[in-house]
Design a protein around this ligand. Structure first.
Ligand SMILES: [Zn+2]
Length: 368
């Protein structure tokens, strides 16, 4: 369909409306899949062209996918053609009457609208089930601390200050170990002859490691952001734009896009649970100002990890001082009344991961 449409487009001919049916004689395997799967592809393709003609700058012309990219198809529920048997752990899809064994992440009730089955480039299969359900509300934990300031760093992932003091959160050590393995696999892949069997094996190992790291990092960031949102009513972070520019190449591999992801998680979780999320202006001097006397140390260098305030003589840990200043911004906010119920439903207890939490936090230090 894409080929024919692109062909017509290049010849400046009128694009025909094509349905997948016309290919079924030439490609009999198309009869093996359910008709909705094909239908949805047609709709997606038409939307892609429509978007492009509506806004050429934002939407490029649709193009062919690589076979190794993520593959997926979507099918719709009609007359109970899609069902989930929670007890047996089976998913029934059109044309798959005997059901597919699945690992269930959570239970749900509601009407199934559609299912998207995808295969990632590391060879794993996922089914996302879209359901229609009542807008259930989630229980909100009452915050123990009024405010919290977070300074993000390279040496430590974050330095956090709230009503109870300051603590540092380390970069997860297992991620660093994983990145070393990643480098080895990358090297091994690049040495293999392109297109050979061994090259494909090495590619798969590399893709798996990439997926593993990305999942492990998300897991860490989700758990940390949830814990912070649960504990505090107002969460203040700095603008990371400037810090991003200062990152060295080595540091980049460690923190990667972790900061940006972390802030986006904090932001939407704050919305979900009725907390206030504040990102301070990039010109806010969180590191240079003494949190005790307000003296601004203009000549504070980037690699000064500790400094002594000329105004009051206090010795500062750079990151702790910065996080305290951000915390004070949060405290300055007028009282916000916490909501009683959050906006969205969260995972049911059935869906909690079995593995123990792997958030690694540093030891607490007293607030200066
Ligand atoms: Zn001072």
């Amino acid at each position: 369909m894409l080929n024919e449409k692109l062909h017509a487009y290049k010849k400046k001919e009128r694009m025909q409306r094509i349905t997948p049916t016309k290919y079924k004689d030439e490609f009999p395997f198309l009869r093996e899949v359910d008709s909705f799967a094909l239908c949805n592809v047609q709709l997606q393709l038409e939307k892609a062209f429509k978007d492009h003609f509506r806004n050429r700058k934002q939407f490029n012309l649709p193009k062919f996918k690589k076979k190794r990219d993520k593959q997926s198809y979507t099918t719709n529920n009609v007359h109970n053609s899609i069902r989930v048997d929670f007890e047996k752990g089976l998913l029934y899809l059109p044309k798959l009457r005997e059901g597919v064994k699945i690992e269930l992440h959570r239970r749900f009730d509601g009407k199934i609208k559609s299912v998207t089955v995808s295969r990632t480039n590391d060879g794993k299969y996922f089914a996302s089930i879209l359901i229609e359900t009542e807008n259930r509300r989630n229980k909100v934990v009452e915050p123990k601390s009024k405010a919290c300031g977070i300074d993000l760093g390279l040496e430590h992932f974050a330095t956090v200050t709230n009503d109870f003091g300051s603590y540092k959160v380390e970069h997860p050590k297992y991620l660093r170990r994983c990145e070393e393995r990643l480098k080895r696999l990358q090297k091994s892949f690049s040495k293999k002859q392109k297109g050979s069997k061994n090259s494909e094996k090495a590619r798969l190992r590399l893709a798996r490691q990439h997926a593993y790291i990305s999942n492990a990092r998300s897991d860490f960031l989700h758990k940390l952001s949830k814990a912070i949102i649960d504990e505090n009513q107002v969460v203040v972070v700095e603008d990371i734009g400037v810090k991003g520019l200062l990152k060295t190449r080595l540091a980049k591999s460690v923190s990667d896009s972790g900061w940006a992801k972390f802030l986006s998680y904090l932001k939407y979780k704050a919305e979900w649970y009725g907390r206030t999320f504040i990102q301070v202006d990039r010109f806010f001097p969180s590191s240079k100002v003494c949190h005790r006397c307000g003296h601004k140390k203009e000549d504070l260098a980037l690699n000064d990890r500790t400094w002594c305030c000329p105004g009051c003589g206090e010795n500062h840990d750079r990151d702790v001082n910065a996080s305290i200043n951000l915390y004070l911004v949060g405290l300055g906010r007028p009282e916000v009344k916490p909501v009683e119920r959050a906006l969205v439903d969260d995972r049911s207890p059935h869906g909690l991961p079995k593995k123990p939490s792997r958030v690694e936090t540093g030891s607490s230090t007293a607030k200066g």
